[in-house]
Design a protein around this ligand. Structure first.
Ligand code: KG4
Ligand code: ZN
Length: 354
């Protein structure tokens, strides 16, 4: 049996089943990733061009045990090495969350281990610290989570002190990307497909709207951008579809859409940076893998002399290493959950009270 001497802190197995990824990971001291197994369900949802909740929960049920075994095997660990079991129990699809939460409870109970529920959104903010020095505390920072379900800005004072400054009023940015992918007839999910195709296109070919909202707003809105693309591609009476487009026209739409989507995020990050006077920006979520967003965030951080913390690409999309990693902070604070831990569709992170 391997001795886990590479870290000083708890060895935690985490589960992530909030949407369409079945994931398990083993993480030491919050940042040392021993294993990170992700079983995506893209092939099951592709024909529906979106996640079908019932299909997702059934697939989680089939995969959760083999994924957990693989995570343990990859880590070279046995159940006896674990100190706690963690799960992202909110927010997400309720049936999907139920599978991960039940698995984590069953495992923790049967092994006599502590159970730790963590908020999936805050876990995305932890992703940029994976692989880092565990002794380094979370800095006072502005947090940005850009994913398929969320687009939010946070004031962050530590892993247990996160409040919402602004969020999307309608579609999440990843959701807008995925719907734009459907409009353009691209492979599912649309985010990575648009990111790739945009490289070939002219981002000034179309001038799509960038919703700024009220002058001091830190909220986002992406439904207008999605509708503008729909009308531009299909006509206002939806009389045609993307099949009539040449590859160049499609790439121009992708590039122009991406310019508008990224501009909307950058504009609000800039506002928040100026208002909060922060030295660090931490970013997470599937869309933080986007090449244009990463490049523009780097430029903005250089201009504002901000320490930018982007997750490694493997930790951008949903994974369980970020869950097990964040759980170490709750472990250190003695914040454990009982067997009544229940999933919830809503995040527990509160809005900032001015
Ligand atoms: O964080 P995540 O795995 O799941 C949620 O918590 O929602 O994010 C998935 C989202 C999808 O909408 C996907 O299209 C988007 O992240 N995404 C991207 C890229 N890679 C993934 N969007 C834009 N560019 C990318 N490279
Ligand atoms: Zn996520």
């Amino acid at each position: 049996m391997m001795a886990f001497t590479g870290h000083a802190g708890p060895l935690i197995m985490g589960f992530e089943t909030s949407c369409d990824e079945t994931a398990a990971a083993v993480v030491g001291a919050g940042t040392h990733v021993y294993s990170n197994v992700i079983a995506t369900q893209h092939e099951l949802h592709r024909r529906y061009a979106g996640v079908v909740p019932e299909i997702a929960s059934r697939a989680h049920l089939q995969r959760i045990v083999p994924v957990a075994r693989e995570a343990l095997r990859d880590a070279g660990a046995s159940f006896g090495d674990l100190d706690a079991v963690a799960v992202g129990h909110r927010p997400g699809l309720i049936g999907s969350l139920l599978v991960g939460t039940s698995a984590a409870k069953a495992l923790a109970w049967s092994l006599g281990l502590k159970l730790i529920g963590v908020d999936h959104i805050v876990a995305h903010l932890h992703a940029c610290f994976l692989g880092d020095d565990p002794a380094r505390p979370w800095p006072y920072a502005l947090g940005l989570v850009v994913s398929g379900g969320h687009t939010s800005l946070f004031r962050v004072r530590g892993p247990l002190d996160v409040v919402v400054l602004g969020r999307t009023l309608d579609d999440a940015v990843g959701e807008a990307y995925d719907k734009a992918g459907v409009i353009l007839g691209l492979d599912y999910p649309g985010g990575p497909a648009i990111d790739r195709l945009a490289n070939e296109g002219d981002d000034r070919a179309h001038d799509f709207p960038v919703a700024m909202l009220a002058r001091d707003s830190l909220d986002f809105s992406f439904s207008g951008l999605k509708t503008a693309l729909l009308y531009a591609v299909c006509g206002t009476r939806l009389e045609r579809d993307a099949s009539v487009l040449t590859r160049t026209q499609r790439a121009d739409f992708a590039a122009s859409f991406q310019r508008a989507a990224v501009s909307a995020i950058i504009a609000k990050v800039k506002r928040a940076v100026e208002r909060l006077d922060v030295g660090t920006l931490i970013v997470g979520g599937g869309v933080s893998a986007n090449s244009r967003l990463r490049a523009e965030l780097e430029t903005l951080s250089r201009e504002h002399r901000i320490d930018l913390r982007l997750p490694a690409r493997e930790y951008c999309v949903d994974n369980a290493a970020m869950i097990a990693g964040l759980a170490a902070a709750r472990y250190a604070a003695g914040l454990f959950d009982g067997w009544t831990l229940s999933p919830s569709t809503r995040s527990a992170v509160q809005a900032w009270q001015r």
